[in-house]
Design a binder for this molecule. Structure first.
Ligand SMILES: [Zn+2]
Ligand SMILES: [Zn+2]
Length: 278
């Protein structure tokens, strides 16, 4: 398993590679620009050259782009929906230009319009994004804690999105351990991990998992509350992470830790590496 952090951008895209290298990452995740503003800053040819060169030199692979917080592809508002799709299209374009492998996005919420309508919106957004992005980068939908009217807390919802959209090859999912646990899948034991993966396999297919977000959870299972905790210090616990990082269905995946790192923070990557057998 390759481990990395979500790293901050400090100016040009290459700063993310430098930050990842300093933090000892094998892989990184970054925003395409400011996560609270619509509009993706374009990468120049020079940015792309510098990024690809630094990435190869540092051996950081894959690079994942995390969509901005404003994206809501389940939104009943045509304006928000349209902006969200455009934002993902520009993030996918940026990923292709920089040599990043995928764009991961939260799905959003249906705001009371009903789950079915939300799922149809998401499927339409997926198809529109991929049609408008002729490159190779994948679009990954992230599992959520399932709070309120948000979609993505149940694996069957992803199954429906795959069915309605026709399951394009470049569509995958990102499994976030904290979100899945908060959504109600008790993955704090090996048996619980296996049960959740079996459920996921039934509705989506294990081969569609392209990325892991490894975060422990401050909040209880089924609380629908998204509060990340350092590895082994939360409700999921060390033994579950030991099982996850050695699980044959997951071991080839990149894993991003979405926690504060550096300074006085715990060395989550070092800890996870120490849990890997052999
Ligand atoms: Zn996540
Ligand atoms: Zn989260």
């Amino acid at each position: 398993m390759r481990f990395g952090y979500h790293v901050k951008l400090a100016g040009s895209p290459v700063s993310a590679i430098k930050g990842g290298e300093e933090a000892g990452c094998d892989t990184i995740q970054m925003f395409p620009g400011s996560p609270r503003q619509w509009g993706t800053p374009k990468a120049s040819d020079e940015d792309a050259r510098a990024f690809r060169e630094a990435k190869a030199e540092a051996g950081i692979d894959p690079v994942i782009i995390h969509s901005i917080y404003l994206v809501n592809i389940a939104s009943p508002s045509d304006q928000v929906f349209g902006r969200s799709v455009s934002s993902l299209v520009s993030a996918l374009g940026k990923a292709d230009k920089l040599g990043a492998n995928a764009v991961v996005t939260h799905i959003g919420n249906h705001k009371g319009e009903g789950e079915r309508s939300g799922l149809e919106r998401i499927a339409a957004a997926v198809n529109s994004c991929l049609e408008r992005s002729p490159g190779e980068s994948m679009l990954l939908l992230e599992t959520t804690a399932g709070a309120g009217t948000s979609i993505g807390g149940r694996f069957e919802q992803f199954g429906e999105v795959f069915d309605i959209s026709g399951a394009p090859d470049r569509l995958g999912i990102c499994l976030d351990t904290c979100h899945v646990y908060a959504a109600g899948y008790d993955i704090s034991t090996p048996g619980g991990v296996d049960a959740a993966l079996e459920e996921l396999d039934k509705f989506i297919g294990l081969d569609r998992i392209k990325l892991l977000h490894l975060n422990d959870s401050k909040a209880e299972c089924g609380s629908h509350t998204d509060r990340h905790e350092h590895i082994g210090q939360g409700m999921i616990g060390m033994e579950a992470f030991r099982y996850i990082v050695n699980h044959e269905a997951l071991v080839e995946l990149p894993a991003i830790i979405e926690l504060a790192h550096g300074g006085s923070n715990p060395d989550d990557i070092g800890l996870l590496r120490s849990l890997v057998d052999g």
